[in-house]
Design a protein around this ligand. Structure first.
Ligand code: FMN
Length: 342
């Protein structure tokens, strides 16, 4: 058993004594250090867990969701923990500090998190520079967004900048139009702005493919707070524009399952256990209307093998997690990674 699995139950109470953002910063630093010292070991991948999707061979079905390693500072450590792929970001063209603190809250009783980080990140160029110096060839997705002060009418310029910057170092690019903490971002999920944005990015992807001699799939990350008509519209747009995949879902604005919690009224996106069912519902609804050629990465409230299995059975080809790692630790990654592909 990797050392980190036995260490986490000891570390967790200490981390939970710190405020959530400090704990997060410490975790990323510790992971990097532990990897440098060789304490995480090297994951051995069972060929039976490999998943072929997006034209890539994933060593297993579980990835690190965006937001944990926004700046791509500990990518190799996440691979050593057992993740089959790592999504870094969200990254924007210019560095930005994000929202004022406090902006990250644990709702322990619900195994949930509310965050309103607001895309704090060092800027895409800095992350790309880090990724250029990577030592492994593990699968890395780069999640891109727009700066908080770029108006939606010019959002396409920000996404284009990031797509061009990240293309050479990414195995896939995730277009994030679903974070609730950048004003107006989710409006880009409406049909007209969405078609405008994705058409331009798709065209640029073709140009970049010719230039680099390599096809990098474009995925779109969507919100859980969508009705059946919006989901049907999204599926239509993704199919018409030949989007390569969908990541479902981001955090929710809903507070239904946590209404009585003292932190429930904190602004931001809710993740973890209260999101599990809603995110699965979106995956199921999307799978029913999306051609099978467009894979779904299922994310939202995976806190056990059962949650991951349900997402896969509902039509996801791969899964990701963030909040589950906070509450259950790295053993969760190994357990899900051991799931055999169909
Ligand atoms: C603190 C925090 C920061 C996040 N930052 C991002 C982000 O920058 N970009 C993004 O696409 N999703 C972000 N997410 C959303 C996660 O990637 C994921 O979609 C969501 O948390 C649901 O999964 P979970 O329940 O496993 O956490 C963030 C989530 C959390 C908790």
């Amino acid at each position: 058993m990797p050392l980190i699995h036995s260490l986490y139950p000891l570390l967790r109470p200490l981390l939970f004594k710190l405020d959530a953002e400090t704990a997060h910063e410490w975790t990323v630093k510790m992971m990097r250090m532990a990897h440098t010292l060789g304490l995480l070991g090297t994951p051995r991948h069972d060929p039976k867990t490999a998943v072929e999707v997006l034209g890539l061979t994933f060593p297993n079905c579980v990835g690190l969701a965006a937001g944990m390693d926004k700046s791509a500072s500990a990518v190799e450590a996440w691979f050593a923990t057992g993740f089959g792929f790592v999504e870094v970001g969200t990254l924007t063209p210019r560095p930005q500090p994000g929202n004022p603190t406090p902006r990250l809250f644990r709702l322990k009783e619900h195994e949930a998190i509310i965050n309103r980080m607001g895309f704090n990140n060092p800027g895409i160029d800095s992350a790309v520079h880090r990724l250029e110096r990577r030592t492994s060839n593990g699968i890395v997705g780069v999640n891109i967004g727009k700066n908080f002060n770029t108006p939606n009418e010019r959002a396409v310029d920000d996404y284009l900048y990031c797509l061009r910057a990240a293309y050479a170092v990414a195995d896939y690019i995730a277009i994030n139009i679903s974070s609730p903490n950048t004003k107006g971002l989710r409006d880009l999920q409406a049909e007209e702005p969405l078609v405008r944005l994705l058409s331009v990015l798709k065209e640029e992807q073709m140009r970049l493919q010719a230039h680099h001699g390599r096809y990098v799939p474009l995925l779109v990350k969507i919100a859980p707070d969508l009705g059946p008509e919006q989901i049907a519209m999204l599926a239509r747009v993704f199919t018409t524009l030949q989007i390569d995949g969908v990541i479902a879902t981001n955090t929710t604005l809903s507070r239904d399952p946590v209404q009585t919690h003292p932190l429930a009224l904190e602004a931001g996106g809710l993740s973890g256990a209260p999101l599990t069912n809603r995110s699965t519902e979106v995956i199921t609804a999307l799978r029913a209307v999306l051609p099978t050629s467009i894979p779904i990465i299922g994310v939202g409230g995976i806190l056990g093998i059962e949650d991951a299995t349900v997402k896969l059975q509902s039509g996801a080809s791969l899964v990701q997690l963030y909040t589950g790692l906070v509450y259950r630790g790295p053993i969760l990654v190994s357990q899900i990674a051991a799931l055999k592909s169909k």
